[in-house]
Design a protein around this ligand. Structure first.
Ligand SMILES: C[C@@]1(CC(=O)O)C2=NC(=C\c3[nH]c(c(CCC(=O)O)c3CC(=O)O)Cc3[nH]c(c(CC(=O)O)c3CCC(=O)O)/C=C3\N/C(=C\2)[C@@H](CCC(=O)O)[C@]3(C)CC(=O)O)/[C@H]1CCC(=O)O
Ligand SMILES: NC(=O)c1ccc[n+]([C@@H]2O[C@H](COP(=O)([O-])OP(=O)(O)OC[C@H]3O[C@@H](n4cnc5c(N)ncnc54)[C@H](O)[C@@H]3O)[C@@H](O)[C@H]2O)c1
Length: 192
């Protein structure tokens, strides 16, 4: 069964705690910033790899704290991502985050995750998130690459135009739904 429910988080307005500044931590930060360049991230790690530091320094929204994990770092956070190479520490982070009802992701350990990070395609205002329910992150990556390639950049113009048209509609809600459905009908019509 696939029980996952995708949501689109405004991570520039939420506080994320990322623990572990090595290979996996860098990968998670890279994909986070690629999609959300102003993501508010506090990174705590015993030590940070040079690639993590280089990446973190590309934005002023990532703060690095060189320290071992302590539960005090969970304070004032909404979301936690554990990416240390110490399984016991990752488990401790998960336990202590759950006690505080925080949403937690233990990178690369599906059983300990409240949510998965997905493959993400951005075309202006359009955002497509991809998950394989944890079955194959590589397939999520390949699908992301495929969709990045086939979804035209013009999609964003289309969304802008539809938004402008929607603003011109004067009728009630029902009228607007009908008008929007009519004008977008061609998007899903199969040519015979
Ligand atoms: C999508 C993406 C987003 C991101 O990272 O932001 C992402 N993993 C990516 C790449 C990737 N990760 C790994 C490989 C090496 C190949 C391989 O091992 O398969 C590659 C491919 C590569 O790097 O080429 C290693 C790996 N990952 C997980 C496990 C454990 C397991 O599967 O049991 C292992 C084995 C660890 C080990 O061997 O010990 C688990 C998870 N990885 C997820 C997300 C979540 C499920 C997403 C879904 O539902 O599909 C989940 C469940 C939890 C999480 O981490 O959130 C990102 C692609 C971004 C992009 O390119 O667009
Ligand atoms: N590198 C990969 O591509 C990969 C692939 C699959 C699985 N994994 C697994 O993922 C885990 C992380 O791998 P990695 O390559 O990122 O390791 P890494 O050694 O590059 O990074 C681990 C980071 O965690 C930090 N750390 C360790 N204990 C800490 C603590 N108590 N508090 C704060 N920070 C702490 C270290 O300082 C380091 O920066 C490992 O268990 C590894 O086996 C890695």
């Amino acid at each position: 069964m696939n029980h996952l429910y995708p949501i689109f988080l405004k991570v520039h307005e939420l506080n994320i705690l990322l623990i572990g500044g090595g290979n996996v931590g860098t990968e998670k930060l890279e994909f986070l910033l690629k999609s959300s360049p102003k993501a508010q991230v506090t990174a705590v790690s015993r030590e940070f790899s040079q690639s993590f530091i280089d990446l973190a320094e590309t934005t002023d929204t990532v703060t690095m704290i060189e320290d071992v994990y302590h539960e005090k770092y969970l304070g004032a956070k909404h979301i936690v991502i554990a990416a240390t190479d110490d399984k016991a520490v990752n488990r401790q982070i998960q336990d202590e985050a759950k006690e505080r009802f925080l949403l937690v992701n233990v990178a690369d350990t599906p059983d300990l995750c409240d949510f998965y990070l997905g493959g993400i395609v951005t075309k202006g205002n359009l955002k497509v998130a991809i998950s394989t329910n944890g079955k194959s992150p590589t397939a999520a990556k390949r699908l992301r690459q495929l969709l990045e390639d086939v979804l035209p950049e013009e999609l964003d113009d289309l969304l802008d135009n539809l938004n402008a048209y929607r603003e011109t509609l004067k009728g009630d809600f029902e009228y607007k739904v009908k008008a929007m459905n009519e004008i977008t009908e061609g998007l899903v019509k199969k040519s015979s």
